[in-house]
Design a protein around this ligand. Structure first.
Ligand code: SF4
Length: 189
C-alpha cells in the first residue's frame, strides 16, 4: 500500500468509528461537557504513528510539515501540542478532524476485562455529572453497539503493522508521523 492509500484506509476506519460513536452517544445520551477538553491535558497520552499519519499528510499537503516538526522537536511539554487551551467552542482540539484513534475512542468505547466482559471506558466528569445515563449504559453494555478498543487497534494493525504496533507519547507519535511522510516524499517529489 502506498502512503496515501494507508492514510485513506485510516480515515475510513475513523469515519466508521465516528458514526458508531455518534449512534452510541445518541442511544445513551452520554456526551462531552461543552468546552471541556480535560482528557487532552493528560500528560501520559500514548499513540501510534499510524493514527496520526492522516494529520501528517494534511500538514505536508499544506506546507506546514517542517513547521510542526520543529515545534514538536523543540517542545518539552508532555501535553499534546494540538491542544489549544484558549480555543472557544465545544472542545479544545485545534485539529479535531485529524485527531488520533485514542482521542476518538476515549469516553465512548469499551475494553474487555479478563473474563471477556466489556467495560465502558469514560471520564470522571461523565461518570459523575451524567451518573444515571452512565449507569444505564454500564447495565446494558452487552446490548449496545459500543466500539471495543483493541478491535479498533487491530484494524490499524491490518493497514500497517509496523506503524501501528508501537506506542509513543503523543507528541512523539505526531513527530514520527511527520518524519514518515517527509521521508516518503523525499524520494518522490
Ligand atoms: S489530538 Fe486533539 S483530541 Fe487528541 S489529545 Fe490532542 S488535543 Fe486532544
Amino acid at each position: 500500500m502506498t502512503l496515501p492509500e494507508k492514510v485513506n484506509a485510516v480515515r475510513t476506519v475513523f469515519e466508521q468509528l465516528d458514526a458508531r460513536i455518534a449512534a452510541f452517544q445518541n442511544e445513551t445520551s452520554l456526551h462531552c461537557k461543552f468546552g471541556c477538553g480535560k482528557c487532552c491535558f493528560k500528560a501520559d497520552i500514548e499513540a501510534s504513528v499510524l493514527e496520526f499519519l492522516p494529520f501528517a499528510l494534511h500538514l505536508y499537503q499544506n506546507k506546514l510539515a517542517e513547521h510542526w516538526h520543529e515545534k514538536l522537536q523543540s517542545t518539552t511539554v508532555p501535553v499534546c501540542l494540538i491542544l489549544n487551551p484558549t480555543q472557544a467552542g465545544a472542545g479544545l482540539c485545534s485539529e479535531y478532524v485529524h485527531r488520533g484513534l485514542i482521542c476518538r475512542l476515549f469516553g465512548y468505547s469499551a475494553r474487555t476485562n479478563k473474563y471477556g466482559k466489556k467495560e465502558l471506558v469514560t471520564c470522571q466528569i461523565i461518570k459523575t455529572e451524567q451518573a444515571p445515563a452512565y449507569q444505564s449504559a454500564v447495565d446494558k453494555i452487552d446490548a449496545l453497539d459500543i466500539p471495543v478498543m483493541n478491535q479498533l487497534y487491530m484494524q490499524l494493525h491490518a493497514i500497517d503493522f509496523e506503524l501501528a504496533q508501537k506506542f509513543y507519547p503523543i507528541n512523539q507519535a505526531i513527530q514520527h508521523a511527520i518524519e514518515t511522510v517527509l521521508q516518503y516524499y523525499a524520494y518522490r517529489d
